[in-house]
Design a binder for this molecule. Sequence first.
Ligand code: SIN
Ligand code: CO
Length: 394
Amino acid sequence: MAAKLPIEVVASDGLLLGMSAEDFLRDYWQRRPLLIRRAYPKFECPLSGDDLAALAMREEALSRLLRYHRRSGRWTLSHGPLDEQDFADLPQTDWTLLVQDVDKWDPDVAELLRDFQFLPSWRIDDIMVSFAAPGGSVGAHVDHYDVFLLQGLGHRQWAIDASGKADLGYRDDTPMKLLRQFNTSHQWLLGPGDMLYLPPGIPHHGVATDACLSLSIGMRAPAVAELLGPLLEEHAQRLGDEARFTDPGRGVSADPSALEQVDIDRLRAQLGQSLTALQQLPDDQLGDFFARFLSQYRQAQQPQAKARKPSLNSMEKALARGKVLVIPRWFKALRRLNEPEYLYLGGDRSALAEEAINGLLSSGIDYPIWAQLNPAYRAKLRELLAEGLLELRR
Ligand code: SIN
Ligand code: CO
């Protein structure tokens, strides 16, 4: 069955994925690459190379400039913020400018994410945008997350190795992780509006054939290693001081200076019980942990607490004048389906009225929503505003 699935489709009938989201998720998501020709048939790129360069000059934006020196075969990487001189010094070919989190900076780029709502928003990390001079590339590499590589301007030649037999060893002479070896199983020239989906672990190499801009919609999932630390820490707190290493029925020590095998076995058994208890945490607790974790995972900026806590009165006045309370784009917010009266934001769970949460997760809380809220909910919103997790916007 699987062998018959095409690796290339032409999107028609306005289907971004060239098929229904259900079919895509079943057959391709996390499983196999897919080239979607004309995913956006008349794509209008929401930003230009100059826009990207301007962003790369900002202190707070995460940018990198990567150059390949053809003669020596060396790669050099510099981190932003970049300045006019960095750009003036660039040759005609063989460089790439990359900026992460462009969706947080540019509302038109963020708009694209609406088309990916077949995935929950917490599963989407960012839109990274790259601008490459002819010959520019980030080298052959492999990513550990799903990515939709959407061609914005110009053309890029993508090669992938979908053989499943790739050697994933890295070179040790480059400033980023590049593959020592790369074999091509498929290649395509992408033009504006074409999109290549890659699941994690597929080696790929994209080279600009003319000056080109590419948008990478990245779905970076948390590593188990990232989840385990905080999860175990919370578990340890629940266990408290009383749960201890135990050794009833201990035999006489053969060597009082030694740790014996029997004690390692006891530890193994006791850890096993503890990890089983962790795995069997009720859905409510594990779901709460996961939602809190996700609500601050890879937050694009740290919230800046206000020097002075805004008064309820000033908030009310601002809202009455037409402002709305919104979650800045830097932050991730989510809710759990079975708990409509809690909002997860900035690593915490906040009790709020459902209408307020609906507002915050869409266009914001306006005066009519605010007017219906009880004092406790208003106080909570005031706290979130003071912590910098909300803002009042026109
Ligand atoms: C690029 O946009 O140049 C690289 C994106 C990627 O390979 O993930
Ligand atoms: Co990549």
